[in-house]
Write a protein that binds this ligand. Structure first.
Ligand code: ZN
Length: 150
């Protein structure tokens, strides 16, 4: 297990507006405010969802889109560092008019109808994503530079 103890930072509350891209909006906010470590949640609605599913055997993403109006039942995500810049990783569950639920890892292309976000900064050395051969994913390295792995 790779762990690191952060201190709680400020809580930012955002209202994303119609037509914004969910991932781009949160990434842009984090970048503009210099936030490199955070955890967030959100709810609201989108006019389109663009998602992906990770094939754990094939180590490849399968992208798909749902081109209709959906509620955001529950969204969660975090901000860390990838390639030297703030990187947003977020998953969400969406619901349709019949109460059916869908979900996945958000790609760019999720179009906001209205979304409310609560994002809490984490104070400490930001997590940095590095390629992980076992999973094929870019995963956090939380151990500060110069310290042995915990
Ligand atoms: Zn994901």
């Amino acid at each position: 297990m790779n762990t690191y103890d952060f201190q709680p930072g400020p809580i930012h509350v955002l209202r994303l507006e119609a037509g914004m891209d969910v991932v781009d909006a949160i990434t842009g906010y984090a970048t503009a405010r210099g936030i490199d470590a955070a955890w967030f949640s959100y709810l609201g609605a989108v006019s389109r969802a663009s998602l992906r599913y990770y094939d754990q055997v094939g180590h490849a993403y399968r992208d798909f889109a749902i081109d209709r109006h959906l509620e955001v039942l529950s969204g969660v995500g975090n901000v860390s560092i990838l390639d030297g810049a703030p990187f947003v990783h977020t998953h969400a569950a969406f619901g349709d008019a019949a109460g059916n639920a869908f979900g996945g890892h958000l790609n760019r292309g999720c179009v906001v109808f209205s979304i409310e976000v609560s994002l809490q900064e984490l104070i400490g050395d930001p997590p940095v994503r590095h390629p992980d051969p076992a999973t094929g994913l870019n995963l956090w390295c939380l151990t500060p530079p110069g310290e042995p792995a915990r």
